[in-house]
Design a protein around this ligand. Sequence first.
Ligand SMILES: [Ca+2]
Ligand SMILES: [Ca+2]
Length: 596
Amino acid sequence: MEKTKKAPRRSRLQLLLLIPIISGIVLSLSWCGRGIPDDRGTIMDTPIPSEAAQPSAEREPEASPDTSTTPETPVATNTPEPDPEPDPEPEPDPEPKPWELFSPHFLPETDPSSAHINYRYNIQVNGEIVDRYLHPEPLFFGMPDAYTGVRGITTFRGNNFRNSASYGTATITQGKLTDVYRLGAGSLGTWTGVGWSGQPSIIQWDYDVQQQMNLLPGKREKEGLVEVIQGAVDGYVYFFDLEDGARTRQPMWFGDPIKGGITIDPRGYPVLYIGQGDIITGKIGYYIYSLLDFKQLYFLNGYDSFAWRSWGAFDGNPLFDIPHDRLILCGENGVAYNIKLNTDYDRQAGTLAIDPEIVRYRYSTNMNTNRQLGIESSLSIFAHYMFTADNGGVVQCVDLMTFEPVWARDCTDDTDSTIVLDWEEENQMLALYTGCETDYQGLAYLRKLNAENGDLLWEHTYPCLTDRAVSGGLLGTPVVGQGDMSDLVIFWVGKLRGREGGAALVAFYKETGEVAWEKIMPYYGWSSPIAIYTEEGRGYIVVCDAAGRMFLVRGATGELLDTLHLGSNVEASPAAYGNMIVVGTRGQVIYGVRVT
Ligand SMILES: [Ca+2]
Ligand SMILES: [Ca+2]
């Protein structure tokens, strides 16, 4: 029998507080070029890969949560320069960075080891379950704008806060949506077109990388090409030019339904990451492909013997620890994966290979016993803390440096909507927005939590229906406003009870949870609303419904500006680049829409 760890109590909290200090000291030693002492194993008994002591050759994060323990002044040398004049004025203390102000912990009601939550978990390294884990590198995710330097949208909602599905700004003067082009998609079994959550990725490649890939003649040479990559439930990945909708490559045959969004490597490497949504061919899992030639580089089996749930789909999108070549991924099997990719991309030669090493984390709670395990939403990360929401309605914070739970909250019902994070400068607080479905009970809860401790700051409910085929409540991911709607968070709630199964597009004031505006629509939607901003910061909401309509709404006021008919059910989430919006329908059409 394998040992199953119970969640740590208070004494473990103290250990948690010590770990950043210890790791900071270890990393400081490493960064000072002294290497890690040979007896580092006495700090933690966990096996540490040999690269632990090697400073990464790749770009380091601009700052790290551990900088407080890193000496900021040079070490004194034997030949100090004479200081000709006294220091004029002491340097003012720099403003503390958001991650320096963020120290997660649990409250009595979010204590993982409480009787109500009863958190159990294990960590597996090199195929062995270990008692403790210390991540060998300074894993760090900062503010969302720093996630990737790629021109485009590489992952579901763009970054580690999951707060943007649009790249750049748009010029919007008329408040109109225009259907510019359409591409056909197919079907596979009962799956048709593009499904939930289905966000495309959009990228302007570096020109030299563009030359190496299997693009069609004419498109490969095009200067300023912006390529859209759309996964579909028909088993294909489609590639086309954002500008005119013409194919940039032949479609890639994947062979099984792709429900979740596909992910592009945020380093601008020609690598495609695909989660499988359902089984047609007989195997299921997560895949990595070369975009040079569509060669499959890796398959991660979703039927993982380590998993506590035997369903191997991956609808959620990963995030990348770019400086250390790592991918953080969660599956419907209830496992979180930290994958050292060991990417070998020779940009001159145009060759690509990977050789993954995997650390696995599994957990369960009382909510996952009564409801279900598995993560369909996309994970979010701040500093070295991962936030996830699962099929049992568990919203939690896990320390990726140790793979230990920090806090967990019972959020009532199946939560497939992705958590969105928001740094509130005025409150010096990281906020977390989440909402659930109505699979096990009748209310869709929309909530704001304090991401530091899982404290409930406000909640709002809508009575919703779930029938045999269609979950009600929240399936789309909320928009956390910026620009002139920076005081608002917008949710799109489906299948309202007593309102003929329609939907509410509702904006709450972030601060109070009061309704700023609400629009009741006749049809529900699973598609995520997205925000598009003008250069001046004027925000617009684009949202699609199950009747195939796309709405353009003024974010600050809720005024409906335009409606475009797309012909059939939109479950997938759009993405935008400048003035162009791309979204696929279950009606086997992918649309390019211009907002003006
Ligand atoms: Ca679910
Ligand atoms: Ca559900």
